[in-house]
Design a protein around this ligand. Structure first.
Ligand code: PHE
Length: 482
């Protein structure tokens, strides 16, 4: 196998197109919906710091490794890993890493699509001016009104199913279209627009009287809160590594790492494009969007006396209040949820792509049928998430373990993928690239020399920091070390 091969699936038209696509994959619900709510659940500042450490010390080196693997392998993650294992004289068993990625992609897409459906549902809700009602309500009823609207939506399985289906169909259509058409162009307009609307919202948040409280919540570091959660409410203060695991899982999730999305995008990367620079741009953009989202949400949370730890509904229970009160808020609000849906769509296609590319490579499917088949599987699994918010709200299959008490199917799927499968994928990618592949060839693929300082630093991070970091967090969480 030569690294000069092009992929049978096509190629990005330029390095910039790849940057947009990879940023499109990274920036999504993870930044705007998930980051604020798990930061809220884990007490703020300390969580953010651990998250940032994971992003820069653990995930950034993995992203470079993943793009590099993809570009060298030029196939779906399954066949890329098989080819590269063969090239390096290692066991074919390494393709399991590709399989795990394909599976993780379909599982994540299954719930991702349901949440993206919420964002879709909020476009007409805002456009119709529904939330301007908050101006006519006494302040103490505002929160109730907004949260009632949210629960109206999620407790109705038929509505959720409808939005979930629309979102999956749209994702399938985009993936069926292939690499260059549509996708590249959509991302180029959408990402800057999303950024601008977020900035407008940050300015709005600055005008609320609790902006500084929000800022302190996000940046005041108090490790006690992270390691000893619920200490104020109970007397039995127990150490827990769960917060650190969530931060690490979130870093992998937000950067789309550990499951082959970035690997398969790397497979479509033209030969002469700097992987290191590309990675830096994507990581920076992703991090900035997540932080901005937090800066918007928390001041609103505190100015309205809401709870930061309210879970997945956080964004939907806070932003409509802001839009309801702002001049031209219905317009901005509809635009915001439209952009959020588009951001989710550009991530969703990268979740479906590894499985689709693999099916195409089997030779038994053309691209449209491959996309339809994989999309259908995800749609079906998605029913578990749809029902987790209504008829199966009480279904908590792992309730016998204290850690999983009260966790619905959606919670468990989210935990399994983001906190287990993705970091585990990252762990094995690091081992494969930094310990098993030929150093010379890896350097070559990255356009570096093995004695370059920056190359050696990268390899050091990947050899030691990434696997040891992930390993320690895992051992801690399963209780081997505490
Ligand atoms: N990174 C995406 C987000 O933040 C989600 C995602 C995870 C996409 C894994 C692809 C792979 O929303």
């Amino acid at each position: 196998m030569s690294s000069q091969n092009t992929s049978i699936h096509g190629e990005w038209s330029s390095r910039l197109a790849f940057i947009f696509a990879a940023t499109g994959s990274a920036v999504g619900l993870g930044n705007i919906w998930k980051f604020p709510y798990i930061t809220g659940e884990n007490g703020g500042g300390a969580f953010v710091i651990v998250y940032l450490i994971c992003v820069f010390m653990i995930c950034m080196p993995v992203m470079m490794a993943e793009i590099m693997l993809g570009r060298r392998g030029r196939h779906s993650p399954v066949n890329t890993m098989r080819a590269l294992a063969q090239e390096t004289g290692r066991s074919r068993g390494w393709q399991v890493l590709g399989w795990m990625g394909v599976l993780a992609g379909l599982l994540i897409l299954s719930y991702y699509s349901v949440i993206a459906g919420w964002a879709l549902a909020y476009i007409p809700r805002l456009a119709s001016g529904l939330f301007t009602t908050v101006n006519t309500l006494p302040p103490e009823e505002v929160n109730q009104f907004v949260s009632l609207k949210f629960s109206d939506l999620i407790t109705d399985p038929i509505q959720l199913l409808g939005w979930h289906s629309i979102f999956i169909i749209a994702t399938i259509l985009m993936v069926a279209g292939g690499v260059q058409k549509g996708l590249e162009r959509a991302v180029q307009v959408m990402m800057p627009a999303l950024f601008i609307v977020l900035l407008i919202l940050v300015f709005y948040a600055m005008t609320t009287d609790k902006f500084m409280t929000g800022l302190h919540f996000m940046f005041d570091v108090n490790f006690k809160q992270l390691f000893y959660p619920h200490c104020e409410t109970t007397t039995n203060c127990q150490f827990s590594g769960q917060g650190v695991l969530s931060a690490m899982g979130q870093a992998f999730f937000s950067l789309s790492l550990g499951m082959g999305s970035i690997m398969v995008y790397g497979a479509y990367l033209p030969r002469h494009a700097s992987i290191a620079q590309t990675t830096a741009v994507v990581v920076l953009a992703d991090t900035v969007v997540a932080i901005l989202a937090g800066l918007v949400i928390f001041p609103i949370v505190f100015s309205h006396g809401l709870a930061p730890a309210q879970g997945p509904g956080l964004v939907f229970n806070t932003l409509p209040i802001a839009f309801g009160q702002m001049p031209a808020g219905s317009l901005f609000g509809a635009l915001f949820f439209l952009l959020l849906t588009l951001a989710a769509a550009t991530s969703a296609i990268s979740l479906l792509e590894p499985a689709t590319a693999w099916l195409v490579e089997t030779g038994k499917f053309n691209r449209p049928w491959a996309a339809i088949t994989c999309g259908l599987v995800s749609w079906l699994i998605g029913l578990a998430t749809v029902f987790s918010f209504n008829i199966w709200r009480e279904v908590t299959p792992l309730a016998m373990f204290a850690k999983f008490e009260g966790k619905t199917l959606f919670d468990l799927l989210d935990f399994l993928t983001a906190n287990v499968m993705l970091p585990l994928g990252g762990f094995f990618i690091a081992i494969f690239v930094a310990w098993l592949m030929n150093n010379q060839k890896v350097a070559e693929e990255l356009d570096a020399a093995t004695q370059d300082r920056s190359y050696r630093f990268w390899r050091f991070l990947l050899r030691y920091v990434t696997p040891v970091g992930i390993g320690l967090v895992f051992l801690n969480v399963i209780g081997v070390i505490s």
